[in-house]
Design a binder for this molecule. Structure first.
Ligand SMILES: [Fe+2]
Ligand SMILES: [Fe+2]
Length: 244
C-alpha cells in the first residue's frame, strides 16, 4: 500500500516533465493530422503483412486522448480506494488480506500502464486529479468503515461502471479495426497492443467484480442506495475527466 505515494510522485514528475525530447510524431499513431499522408505509407504489421497503415482521424485521436485520461484517473482512484479500505478490512477479516493485496497490486499495475501511455503520447492528465484523489480516499475509507460487505459493494459498483467503460473502448477500437479491414489497411501495431491491454484490464476489473460478489457485496446495508450513488459518482467522474 506504501506504493501509492511513490506512484503519485512518479505520475506528477511525468506530468511536469518538459517536452525536451523530439516529439515522437512519426512513430505515434496519435500523430497530428499534418502527417495524414502517412496513411498510405506501407508498414509491416505484426503478422508480417505489408498493408497501408490506418491513420486515425481527429475524432478518433480525441477519443483515445479522452480514454487514456479517464483510464489514468480511474486507476489512480482504484489504488486509493484500496489503500483506504485495506487496513480496515484486513484488521477485521485477516483471511481477506491476500485477495485485497491481489486486487490492489493489479490496480497499481493498471495505473503504471496508463502513466506510461499518458507520458508517452504527451496527453494532458485530468485537471481534476486532486478532487478525485480526495473523493477516492473518502469513498474507500467510508465504505470500509461500514464493514466488509459495504467495501465489497463499493468494488462491485466501481467495477461495474469501469468494466463497461473499458468494454466501450474495446468496442470502439474494434470498429476501427473493421474499418481498416474494409479499406485494405491495418491498425498501427501500437494501437493493436493498446487494444489487447484494454481487454486484459477489462477482464481483470470484471474479475474484481466477481470477487466482490463472492465476498458478500450483495449483503451490504443499505445495498441499493450505496451501489447506486457510487455508480452515479463513477459515471460523473468519467464524464468530467473526458473533458477536464
Ligand atoms: Fe484497474
Ligand atoms: Fe479494479
Amino acid at each position: 500500500m506504501e506504493a501509492v505515494p511513490a506512484l503519485r510522485r512518479c505520475l506528477l514528475a511525468q506530468c511536469r516533465r518538459p517536452s525536451s525530447r523530439p516529439s515522437p510524431v512519426f512513430l505515434d499513431f496519435l500523430a497530428p493530422t499534418a502527417l495524414r499522408s502517412h496513411r498510405y505509407a506501407s508498414t509491416t504489421g505484426t503478422a508480417g503483412t505489408s498493408k497501408p497503415r490506418y491513420v486515425l482521424s481527429k475524432t478518433q485521436r480525441e477519443f483515445l486522448d479522452s480514454a487514456l485520461r479517464v483510464n489514468q484517473a480511474g486507476e489512480l482512484a482504484a489504488t486509493l480506494i484500496y489503500t483506504a479500505q485495506n487496513p480496515q478490512v484486513v484488521r477485521s477479516h485477516p483471511h481477506l488480506r491476500p485477495l485485497m493485496k491481489h486486487m490492489y497490486d493489479q490496480e497499481a499495475g493498471h495505473l503504471k500502464t496508463f502513466n506510461h501511455l499518458i507520458a508517452k503520447h504527451e496527453i494532458r492528465p485530468t485537471a481534476m486529479y486532486p478532487v478525485w484523489e480526495a473523493a477516492a480516499t473518502f469513498l474507500g475509507w467510508s465504505t470500509a468503515a461500514l464493514g466488509r460487505e459495504a467495501a465489497m459493494a463499493c468494488t462491485e459498483a466501481v467495477e461495474t461502471e469501469i468494466g463497461s467503460h473499458y468494454n466501450d473502448q474495446v468496442r470502439e477500437i474494434l470498429s476501427w479495426e473493421a474499418d481498416a479491414e474494409r479499406r485494405g489497411e491495418e491498425l498501427d501495431d501500437e494501437l493493436k497492443e493498446m487494444l489487447s491491454t484494454f481487454r486484459r484490464i477489462r477482464d481483470e476489473e470484471l474479475e474484481h467484480l466477481d470477487h466482490a460478489v463472492a465476498n458478500d457485496s450483495k449483503e451490504a446495508k443499505p445495498y441499493d442506495p450505496l451501489v447506486d450513488v457510487i455508480r452515479l459518482g463513477c459515471r460523473t467522474a468519467i464524464k468530467i475527466s473526458e473533458k477536464v
